[in-house]
Design a protein around this ligand. Structure first.
Ligand code: FE2
Ligand code: FE2
Length: 198
C-alpha cells in the first residue's frame, strides 16, 4: 500500500488561522528541521515534515478547553498535566491532528503526542520531532544548543540524552514539576549513553 500523502501547504494555511505568528514561524522551523533530521537519519521525510508542521496545532486552545477536550474524549490527564495544563497541547494536538487534519498515521500522532515530555524508548519519528522542537533555528534559550544541534545530526539517542539532561536541569532550577514521561525518558537515554561508554 502506498504511503499516505498529506497536502502540507493546505494544512499550513489552515493551521495559520489557529496559532499566532510567532508560533507559526516556530512551527515552520520544526517542520523543516524535522525534514532535515529525517534526511540525516534515513527516516520518512514526508512523515517527519507532517508531524513537525502539526506538532503545536493545539497550542492556541485555552487550558480550560484543552481539559474539556480530554474529558470528553477520555484522554487521560496526569497530575502534573492537571497542574500544568499547557503540557496538554501535545496530547490534544494528537487528537486534533487526527480529527481535524485527517492524520491517520499512528507514528505521526505519537510524535505529536510526546513532543513536549519525550518518553522512554521513542521511535525514530518521535525522537526527530522531540529534537526538532528543541533545536529549530529560532530557539536560543539553552546555552548547550551548539552541542545539542551537532549531536542531532550524528546520533539521535545521544541527542535525546543531552536534551533531557538540559530539560531536567532547567525544571529543577525553576523547581518546576517533572512529568513522569520526562523522568523515565531521561533514565532510558542516560542508560543508552552509559552503555556506549563501557
Ligand atoms: Fe509544543
Ligand atoms: Fe513546539
Amino acid at each position: 500500500m502506498a504511503a499516505t500523502y498529506y497536502d502540507l501547504e493546505e494544512m499550513s494555511k489552515r493551521l495559520r488561522k489557529y496559532i499566532d505568528a510567532n508560533r507559526f514561524y516556530h512551527t515552520q522551523g520544526v517542520r523543516f528541521t524535522s525534514a532535515a533530521l529525517a534526511m540525516a537519519h534515513g527516516a520518512d521525510i514526508h512523515k517527519a515534515e507532517t508531524a513537525g508542521l502539526l506538532h503545536d496545532c493545539a497550542k492556541g486552545i485555552s487550558d480550560s478547553k484543552k481539559i474539556k477536550i480530554c474529558d470528553k474524549n477520555e484522554i487521560e490527564i496526569s497530575k502534573v498535566e492537571r497542574n500544568n495544563p499547557f503540557l496538554l497541547h501535545a496530547k490534544v494536538g494528537a487528537y486534533i491532528a487526527k480529527e481535524k487534519y485527517g492524520i491517520d498515521d499512528e507514528e505521526i500522532l505519537d510524535a505529536i503526542r510526546f513532543h513536549t515530555t519525550g518518553k522512554a524508548g521513542m521511535h525514530m519519528l518521535e525522537q526527530i520531532v522531540f529534537i526538532a522542537d528543541y533545536i529549530e533555528p529560532r530557539r536560543n534559550k539553552s546555552k548547550h544548543l551548539p552541542e545539542i544541534r551537532l549531536a542531532a545530526f550524528r546520533d539521535l539517542d545521544e541527542c535525546c540524552y543531552l536534551i533531557l539532561k538540559d530539560m531536567l536541569l532547567y525544571l529543577k532550577s525553576k523547581s518546576g514539576e517533572i512529568d513522569s514521561n520526562t523522568q523515565d525518558a531521561y533514565h532510558f537515554y542516560e542508560e543508552v549513553h552509559e552503555d556506549r561508554r563501557d
